[in-house]
Design a binder for this molecule. Structure first.
Ligand code: ATP
Ligand code: MG
Length: 421
């Protein structure tokens, strides 16, 4: 689990601000659910045979001897909350969330045990067009952030009957080649055979090239639905690739499943994943409600953004991740200057400026170096003499203009005015 330090968080918040605006414009409302849920919610919701439930959950017994789990994902909790509060009786719900998730996995670049997701859930959406809208919501958010090198992959998992038929065909085919499978996949043959399609083992992957595909097993209605989703994406100009092995890691998915990957992430390439889960609301005790959603990994998104910023230092990603410099850096030294400085910083902040006050009492030279490093456009310089006269020197740090001496009461206007130029 990782600490998030100020430099990262400043980027983080810039991303969240863009996402928040994007969701607001799209009619999605924010929901926050507890980090801790009853373990049973995830066993029922995500499925016992999945990696997440089988080996990745942080579960423990609380003092009341109830089995609790730190949430490994957001969808089950959002659905639980919507059911519990009767939100679905008010019609379809468009919801988004952001926050930490917990999975016991091997930590590596782009994979932590506490990580963060931003996600959306649209409960009560049935049409193929809603699939297209939800995918576009993710695609457009990433585009707005200035992330390039992305690829959208889609698949259809069909109905549960389609999957049952396919599962049988796949198991029959793989049983004959059991000895060519890696150990994990052999075990999955009996528990969750569709997961084998997700195997990262190169030999298993090569073998699967020849295996029967899900797309071929879809009934005509499922095929038509999938075709409509593809047409919808094409009509919006969103490029995609069919990936008939994309099954997603959670049991609740059916019909459309999708992932957005980046060419900047190495092995942990998936930035965003989602799909349709028409059965989940009913399964968790709510009224039968079709639904679709996605989640993106914040840490991976930031890795991609940083790469994009490096590749194009003037582009939108670079603007987003660049540190916000203060408007002014307040250089102050001397008994009188330091007490006036403290009051002045406060007054300037109250007038809306971002001000960094040097509190070191160090030499003017050292303070000027720090002022330069801060990226501020102005140094406001206070010595005892200036302070005595209720004045300060205003020294430009980045732009070509003259240093001047101004009354303390004029500084905010000067800095604020010049900021806009
Ligand atoms: P992966 O195949 O990489 O394990 P997943 O299918 O388990 O991903 P989802 O459950 O679909 O992931 O979660 C959606 C997104 O959340 C992922 O695409 C990824 O960006 C992010 N994510 C998932 N697990 C982690 C993790 N352990 N650390 C960081 N980000 C993660
Ligand atoms: Mg995973």
């Amino acid at each position: 689990m990782v600490d998030l330090l100020p430099e990262t968080l400043q980027r983080w918040q810039a991303v969240e601000a863009v996402a928040r605006q994007h969701f607001l414009r799209s009619g999605f409302g924010e929901i926050r659910t507890p980090l801790l849920e009853s373990t049973d919610l995830f066993c029922r919701g995500i499925g016992e045979g999945t990696d997440v439930v089988g080996k990745e959950m942080y579960s423990f017994h609380d003092r009341g001897d109830r089995s609790c789990t730190l949430r490994p994902e957001g969808t089950a909790s959002v659905v639980r909350a919507a059911v519990q509060h009767g939100l679905l009786s008010q019609g379809a719900q468009k919801l988004w969330y952001a926050g930490p998730m917990f999975r016991y996995e091997r930590p590596q670049a782009g994979r932590q045990r506490q990580f963060h997701q931003i996600g959306v859930e649209w409960l009560g959406a049935a049409s193929a067009r809603s699939d297209v809208e939800v995918i576009a919501l993710a695609w457009d958010l990433l585009a707005q952030l200035g992330v390039g090198g992305l690829a959208l992959e889609i698949n259809s998992l069909g109905t549960s009957e389609d999957r049952q038929a396919y599962r049988a065909a796949l198991v029959a085919w793989l049983e004959q080649r059991r000895d060519q499978l890696d150990a994990d996949s052999q075990a999955r043959l009996n528990t969750n055979p569709l997961r084998i399609l997700d195997s990262k083992n190169p030999e298993t992957q090569a073998l699967l090239e020849q295996a029967p595909t899900l797309v071929d097993a879809l009934c005509p209605e499922s095929s038509q639905r999938f075709a409509a989703v593809q047409e919808g994406l094409t009509a919006l100009g969103i490029p995609f690739r069919l990936n008939d092995r994309l099954v997603r890691g959670l049991d609740y998915y059916g019909h459309t499943a999708f992932e957005i990957t980046s060419d900047q992430l190495g092995a942990q390439a998936t930035v965003c994943g989602g799909g349709r889960y028409d059965g989940l609301v009913g399964q968790l005790g709510g009224p039968a409600t079709p639904a679709i959603g996605w989640a993106l990994g914040m840490e991976r998104l930031l890795l991609v953004l940083e790469a994009a910023a490096k590749a194009d230092p003037m582009g939108p990603a670079a603007r987003l991740v660049s540190a916000r410099a203060p408007d002014a850096y307040l250089v102050n030294r001397g008994e009188r200057a330091e007490s006036v400085g403290l009051a002045l910083a406060r007054a300037l902040r109250q007038q809306g400026l971002t001000v960094e006050l040097d509190g070191s009492g160090a030499s003017f030279g050292k303070q000027f170096k720090r002022a330069d490093r801060s990226g501020a456009r102005w140094a406001v310089v206070l010595g005892d003499e200036e302070a005595e006269r209720s004045e300060a020197r205003l020294k430009p740090l980045k732009q070509q203009s003259e240093e001047s001496t101004v009354a303390l009461s004029e500084i905010a206007a000067m800095v604020g005015l010049l900021r806009c130029q």
